[in-house]
Design a protein around this ligand. Sequence first.
Ligand code: GAL
Length: 680
Amino acid sequence: MQFSCLLHGGDYNPDQWLDRPDILAADIDLMKKAHINCVSVGIFAWSRLEPEEGRYDFDWLEAIITNLYQNGISTILATPSGAKPAWMSRKYPEIRRVSRDMTRDLHGKRHNHCYTSPVYREKVRQINTALAERFAHHPGVILWHLSNEYGGKCYCPLCQQAFCGWLREKYGTLDALNKAWWTDFWSHRYSSWDEIEAPVPAGEESVHGLNLDWNRFCTHQTNDFIRWEAESVKAVRPDLPVTANFMYFFDELDYYTLKDSVDVISWDAYPTWGENEESEAEVARRFAFNHDLMRSLKKQPFLLMESSPSATNWQPVSKLKRPGVHMLSSMQAIAHGSNSVQYFQWRKSRGAFEKFHGAVVDHYGGSDTRVFRDVAQVGERLEALGGLIPTCNRSQVAIVYDWENLWAVNDAKGPRNCGLKYRETVLSHYAPFWKMGINVDVIDETCDLDGYRLVILPMLYLLRDGFAEKLRRFTDQGGTVVATYWTGIVDSTDLCWLGGMPGDGLMELFGLRSEEIDALYDGQYNSIKPQQSGLFPAKDYRVSELCDLVIPSTAQTLAVYGSDFYAGRPALTVNQFGQGEAYYIAARAEDAFQEDFYGALAQKLHLDRALSCTLPEGVTAVRRSGDSFDAVTVMNFTPTPQEIRFPETAEVWETGAPVNGALSLAPYEVVVLKLAASSR
Ligand code: GAL
């Protein structure tokens, strides 16, 4: 799915200014000045669109969309289900969500409707159909923005009933369910389907299989609602694409399950630039990972649907973006595969919850502001970079980040209830590639492994059916797999593998058995001592938190523990499996270990870097590949100037100025290079 240009714009809420035609007129002039070519309209406009039940008022919306179109600005049109009108909440209590304390919400806020309620679904279908009939063929409308940031769970009787129905379909018999959930533990055996309740603090939360299935069901039910919305607009015009804006590390919904319900992936990114806890480079890495995840969902470019042009008003501190950071942050999204830079929000609202949230146009109302100038510069640059549209990032490396695994690993009791740190672990295995300028896909266990050279499994505790077999095939055919401690512990119903771990045939793949795992208190350490293997330097690395004690069968030991009663036992191993190799990292190692280890592996496997050079600390480069040209975006996430040297012949994308192997970057500067397409 491609648009004709890189999109630049954002959430536009004219519904808040209908009594101010002067402001609506000024918006168009200002948008042109800011190089805006696309806005998202109507996201929270339901009470204006349907002021009374069944009476639609779309004339104002039509005037806005047409005016935008006549001025060269296209519209991403929202379905309004993200916030329901007060009359609806009052008349139909069942549409209001029931929260985990089992009380039903009053009317208020947003993102709080029940996904199961037939009444809500019908109301949504009716207004979506009416909107589609009026606007789906409008030449200004290019995409549907379904609702807003789907999320949240409802515990109402309708949802509980749907959950039971979903379980019946999944398990067929109560016996099968009782077995899968291991309900004989604490005498939790169910004897009738209607005894099953969603997990809540006042009720059942100790059955891991139930918790996992409830998470799956909530994704299923949300997905069903998304499809319902998509079908309602597509019934009118099937070829107008839909998107739904996803969120940063959103644990609640398995985006891999949702990805096929939308035509285009989009997401909202609000990096916490300038915070105390992390450097800009560390913040950049977390967001790079999420950009890569969004691109990997469909293995296609995505849209950055929201970002703040300056500060947010919901982070602990509303820090302004330092000079250069807005451009850098926007270009980071483009580098990782976005074909847009969209903002929340175009114009600051005058009242209510977000009146101090960053916007392109401040309460002041003019274009002579620092933020406006920053935004206009991004718009100008995106126009010059239009040739990037057909390019996309290609990766030889995949990191598995799997929602079902996330839910299970975070729910398990032990071995470190003070923090297993799945997300942090995944990021620490991602960071070395970011530093080397090597593209990474973020995949889950349902994805194909074909085409990758290296697949990394940080803490892949839960093995879904068939994934171990995929790994064995991949390795057998010459792929390289790296797993860490706490991999292959439970099956897809959260039952521990019997007969040795890692389970489901992974003992054979890694050539070892995990005998027991030691958990360390915070502040306690052990070390990894590499043996002479030629793979990486023979220096000690600090390890903490989790130390797996493995017994190799066919694996070769590459490093051992330095202390405690398991000093000398294997801490890093490799096993030849068919044509490939399977590495096992037994302990949570400091970042330096990951850097040296993956640095060595990148060389050994001849992994492609965006540029054939070592990048300075805090600088990265990301490649989007095209048929004739590749684009390499080089980004300096440090407050100091940086120099890089590389052997490739390149030119600056926008100007065509030659770059002869050396590039100087000002603080926070970003440069896009054009290179001949690589043969990959
Ligand atoms: C997003 C949301 C927007 C706005 C924004 C503020 O999560 O979709 O409507 O609230 O946050 O940063």
